[in-house]
Design a protein around this ligand. Structure first.
Ligand code: PNS
Length: 167
């Protein structure tokens, strides 16, 4: 009998400025259903980030150390080009609420137009993280709010160092 071995590699792209427990929850869920998951940080974001790309790579690498089939990469330019370079069959994205849907739908359809062979997989994070976003984390932390149950401890440390360094 001829056995064909299929391995599915997926890319989980984003800004991750910074990584949240919602992202980590999605990474864990994604890593369970694909053979290899690459968390890919967009290098040239229009948003002005709090953390450098290198800092974000370090945080994600550290926080996903225990998950065997996850790696961290950075990319520039079109996501579909990066997926092709990587030999990935799918893009993983999280949907927290209906409000995420429109933007995600547009991106998924544009990516399909550009690369019809690539599928976008949507997964929902745990309900307890549905309101968590990197933007809110930064805003709340900068105003002295406690975000320690919403991001990994190593991110809390980095946030403290970053904000202290600015004062
Ligand atoms: O976490 P974010 O900021 O919502 O992630 C957005 C991201 C990085 C997935 C998106 O901006 C992206 O893929 N950028 C790369 C450029 C690209 O391929 N644009 C066309 C997609 S419609």
């Amino acid at each position: 009998m001829l056995l064909r071995m299929h391995t599915v590699k997926a890319i989980y792209p984003g800004t991750f400025d910074p990584l949240t427990n919602g992202h980590l929850d999605l990474i864990a869920r994604g890593a369970k259903i694909v053979d290899h998951l690459v968390v890919a940080i967009l290098r040239n974001s229009e948003k002005s980030p709090l953390f450098t790309v290198q800092e974000r790579v370090e945080m994600i690498t550290e926080a996903t150390r225990e998950v065997g089939n996850v790696s961290v990469a950075t990319f520039d330019g079109l996501l579909v080009d990066f997926c092709r370079e990587q030999g990935a069959k799918a893009v993983l994205r999280g949907i927290r609420a209906i409000s995420d849907y429109e933007y995600e739908f547009q991106m998924a359809m544009m990516n399909r137009k550009l690369a019809p062979e690539l599928e976008t997989l949507f997964m929902m994070p745990a309900e307890k993280y549905t309101y968590v976003s990197s933007r809110l984390i930064k805003g709340v932390f900068e105003l002295g709010g406690d975000v320690s149950t919403l991001v990994p401890p190593l991110v809390v440390e980095r946030l403290k160092a970053k904000v202290a360094g600015r004062r």
